[in-house]
Write a protein that binds this ligand. Sequence first.
Ligand SMILES: [Zn+2]
Length: 395
Amino acid sequence: MLGDVNLRDWDACSDIYCRRCLEPVFRPGQKLDEDGICLPCRYADSFDQIDWAARKHQLHQIAENAKRQSVGPYDCLIGVSGGKDSLRQALVVRDQLGLRPLLLCCSYPPEQATERGARNLSNLVRKGFDLQFVSPSPTTWKEMMRIGFTMHAQWTRSTELALFCSVVKTAVTMRIPLVILGENPALAFGARTGSSGSDAEGFRQYDTLAGSGIDYWQDQGIPRNKLIWYDIPDTDVCRDLGLQMIYLGYFMKDFNDIANTDHARKHGFFPREGKDAEPSYTGSLNPYESVDEDFVHVNQYLKSVKLGFGKVIQQVSVQIRYGTITREQGIGLVLKYDGKIAPELIDAFCAYLEISREEFQKVEDRIRNKNIWRLNNEAEWEHKYLPRQDDGGQT
Ligand SMILES: [Zn+2]
């Protein structure tokens, strides 16, 4: 089941990291062009040539179309976690497009959710939105997370399914004609899936959803009647209802982590604080990201074990691309924090899933990518391809 561990011979690659930012070729689907530059950097290069007025016009047309199609109290639906991106999406959609959005939150079980996440959702509601919660059974939720982790080292496989399912299913059930997602992962960080435009229907092919069907979960012994919030309506059903799904990020020049963080700061957002905001504790630089639960950091750590890169690489790459730090500074941050995690977070994750640290270690050992990691003389795992200041990057 772990056949997707990336076993390429990276020695044969002329460039491991984008010469402009630090996006690695380890990311599934990431390709550098003949000059060693990644797609998100090339996309950012093209910003001055993009006709943003035309895109804005297109977005307004989509909004007007949704208003015409709408048969109920809502014109569009936005899946929200209480995070910075969903805060911005909700305000843009209502205040700039004049749409009547329903916000939908597929909430984490109480054991997993943070107080901070709840405060951010309250902040959103206080701005005058209707918010609907979907709370799948915590028992099934945990069981599926445990399967996702032990079988694939990817606990988010089921939770992301619930996240997308709850959005699409609610839009279909309530006949809401438009679903608005935030960033297009293909353009934002060069992910294999997504699309090169505004259409978000390709979400079904996301790696994290692994095919997006419930058959796998039934095969794992989860009864069908427990999978209501994991069973995404078929494409045909969505098409027949005229449901359109778009990435708002495609239409906005400044829809990125930096601008969305600034926006959150100005709109009452509660970031991580104290130890919870320490990059050495979380393996993440931005206290305005991933505020609603902590296990996401365990996922990023496992990604680093399996694919050779964590969250910090993605974060510094955005910052380098938009000129808020230099590539040299980015390399320094990657060497210091990428793939790091506090043992307490792994302990909390094991306690929640009711597994031992030994079981966790077994999964970690199983997915360790030996083409990227090697044991050093101190019997510690060492990354073979860490970025270097003299790697030919452009500053
Ligand atoms: Zn790049």
